[in-house]
Design a protein around this ligand. Structure first.
Ligand code: S2G
Ligand code: ZN
Length: 478
């Protein structure tokens, strides 16, 4: 039921009446595909999927939904990893698949303005076609949508040099839960006219407003780069190599993964052993290499790291094809373990705390869940580590989630002790909502509820995501 006893089926009529021409689907296969994201811990159960084709349709629809108390779940490329786009309680899913227009490219401002349904890779391609570069890059970029990237502040592999999606957004049009259309910052570089509301909506996961237009700042194309893949003996050695390379070179990325991650991605993608030596850890790093000078610096640094025993073995790319081949070892990991499925922990600490965090978390995992396979990979360069617990084949999903939840009670307490976050880039969504208090103080959570009530007084925007839904409490499993 909605707030005022409108049944969800009637609710769809309410939306259609308010929004003539609105495309609606209740086809079972569409309800299934569009009622979820990339997570598999909740079964999709939306009432309908609506496909608005303009900001005006979104506005009319949100106003009607707010009046009738119809919960709306925004949905982009459905690549999310925290259940943020899952509709498991009869909500109406708002898909942006029909809002895929590139509205403007400005060569002087070096900006592109797009609708939320434009795929990330299409923005990257458009930048290249205009002699520029959109630097946010990650494995799902071929299907994720820009609106979802902004809603979760997507990071990816080159945050070390280029920052996150937030750093690229210069303008944002958003329909709030009141149905107001806000035009935040209007593409300006400087604008000191009060609170920058743009930054409230970025990473709000569709709980404060529905993003209907984004202006993104593009940059000069990167210098030619080279990629090193290195076999590393220990966590301390990994951090020593990172420190040495970032001192000697301009790094764009410094990623790591464990030997287990390598085994999974090699099996799934039929990749050869990268080099002769097998090691507990592997690093993949990319650096600007305009010519001979940088290459020599890289080789000298590598030699020094090898002499110190930090690097056991390694390979350097000789051409663009090899750059792509080496990145496959890192970018293919997520896909290679998705079938288990994994219970994903997207954790971050300050870079200086990575060694202690990795060491203590590994000891904790060995102690409390020695029979679970834990696969590590992630972005050492920005302190974001992905700890994936794989579901054992003989354990059912519910039991696995319950056991993983018990593990989280301890792993998130350790993360909190080290001043870290229980969600670095995937968002809180639905699945991490019970653990929000591990990353944010009670005072902050209360303020977030106040902000939520201000922008979405009817509580219809993605209820139960990020914050506990005060209207329709999902039983708290914390
Ligand atoms: C990564 C992608 C999703 C995952 O590979 O850096 O953020 O599997 C992830 O965690
Ligand atoms: Zn990541």
């Amino acid at each position: 039921m909605t707030n005022n006893n409108t049944t969800f089926a009637d609710a769809v009529l309410v939306l259609q009446n308010a929004c003539p021409g609105l495309t609606v689907s209740t086809q079972p296969n569409v309800l299934e595909s569009h009622g979820r994201d990339a997570t598999r811990f909740r079964n999709p159960a939306p009432t309908a999927i609506v496909f608005p084709d303009s900001a005006q349709q979104v506005q009319a629809m949100v106003r009607a939904a707010a009046d009738a108390g119809v919960p709306l779940v925004p949905s982009g490329g459905r690549t999310g990893l925290s259940g943020g786009a899952v509709a498991a309680q009869g909500e109406v899913v708002v898909s942006f698949d029909r809002m895929r227009k590139v509205l403007d490219f400005n060569a002087v401002d070096r900006t592109v303005t797009v609708e939320p349904g434009v795929v990330t890779a299409a923005v990257q391609e458009l930048a290249i076609q205009n002699g520029l570069y959109y630097p946010v890059s990650f494995a799902a970029e071929g299907s994720s949508q820009i609106g979802g990237n902004v809603a979760t502040n997507a990071g990816g592999i080159r945050v070390l040099k280029y920052g996150l999606t937030r750093d690229r957004v210069t303008g944002l049009k958003v329909v709030t839960g009141r149905g107001d259309l806000l035009d935040c910052n209007r593409g300006l570089i400087k604008n000191a006219s009060g609170y920058d509301l743009r930054h409230l909506f970025i990473a709000s996961e569709g709980t404060l407003g529905l993003i209907v237009e984004i202006t993104l700042k593009l940059i000069n194309p990167p210098l030619p780069s080279r990629v090193l893949m290195l076999g590393i003996e220990s966590v301390d050695a990994l951090m020593n190599v990172f420190g040495s390379l970032r001192t000697a070179l301009e790094l764009t990325a410094f990623e790591f993964f464990s030997d287990r991650a390598l085994a999974h991605v090699r099996r799934a993608q039929n990749l050869p052993q990268p080099f002769e030596t097998s090691c507990p850890f592997y690093a993949i790093t990319e650096f600007d290499c305009a010519g001979e000078a940088e290459e020599q610096k890289a080789m000298a640094c590598l030699e020094a790291c090898t002499d110190r025993g930090w690097v056991q073995d390694g390979v350097i790319s000789q051409n663009d094809r090899q750059i792509e081949e080496l990145w496959r070892y890192r970018e293919g990991i997520s896909e290679s373990i998705s079938h288990f499925p994994p219970y994903k922990n997207d954790l971050s600490v300050t870079v200086s705390r990575v060694p202690e965090f990795l060491r203590r978390m590994n000891l904790l995992m060995n102690d409390i869940c020695p029979n679970f396979e834990v696969v590590w990979y992630g972005h050492i360069g920005d302190g974001n580590l992905h700890m994936n617990i794989l579901k054992p084949a003989d354990m059912n999903l519910r039991e696995f989630e319950a056991k993983s939840h018990e593990i989280s009670a301890q792993s998130y307490a350790l993360t909190e002790e080290l001043g870290g976050s229980i969600s670095a880039e995937h968002g809180i969504g639905l699945l991490k909502q019970p653990w929000l208090k591990r990353a944010r103080s009670e005072a902050e959570i209360q303020l977030m509820h106040g902000i939520k009530n201000l922008f979405d007084p009817a509580g219809i925007l993605n209820p139960g995501k990020v914050l506990q839904d005060t209207n329709r409490m999902e039983k708290s499993t914390a």
